[in-house]
Design a binder for this molecule. Structure first.
Ligand code: FES
Length: 127
């Protein structure tokens, strides 16, 4: 078990876990993305990955450092792709690939959430 924990700690170190200021989850599940289809949902995820990498937010340690996770359902199941950002707890709907660059710039870099795309909020306390 100790060996497994060491291995996992090494992976976490490599991913710079412990340095992130935000975590973005994007749902590409069949239910919320039914209207746009699997390919468009995957395109949104690919765009998010690419933007975070190109803008140096991913695998970074600065104040805009951001971790990303693709998920299969966040229980909204309509109007997807659904995207949530923590610790702000900002829930976005309709986050197709064309919206991702503006989201990365305005929310993740400038710190200004895009009000017209937000449908719910659940901020977490900062520790
Ligand atoms: S399938 Fe995306 S929220 Fe349920």
């Amino acid at each position: 078990m100790a060996e497994t924990n060491e291995k996992m700690s090494a992976i976490a170190d490599k991913l710079l876990i412990g340095h992130f200021h935000r975590h973005v989850f994007l749902c590409v599940g069949d239910s919320c993305c039914a209207a746009i289809g699997k390919e468009s949902a995957q395109a949104a995820w690919d765009k998010l990955k690419g933007e975070l990498k190109d803008r140096e937010l991913s695998l970074a340690a600065g104040p805009t450092a951001c971790y990303r996770t693709k998920v299969g359902c966040m229980r909204i199941c309509t109007g997807g792709p659904i995207l949530v950002v923590y610790p702000e707890g900002t829930w976005y709907a309709g986050m197709t690939a064309d919206r991702i660059p503006r989201f990365v710039q305005e929310h993740l870099i400038d710190g200004k959430p895009i009000e017209e795309w937000i449908f719910a909020r659940n901020p977490l306390p900062r520790s």
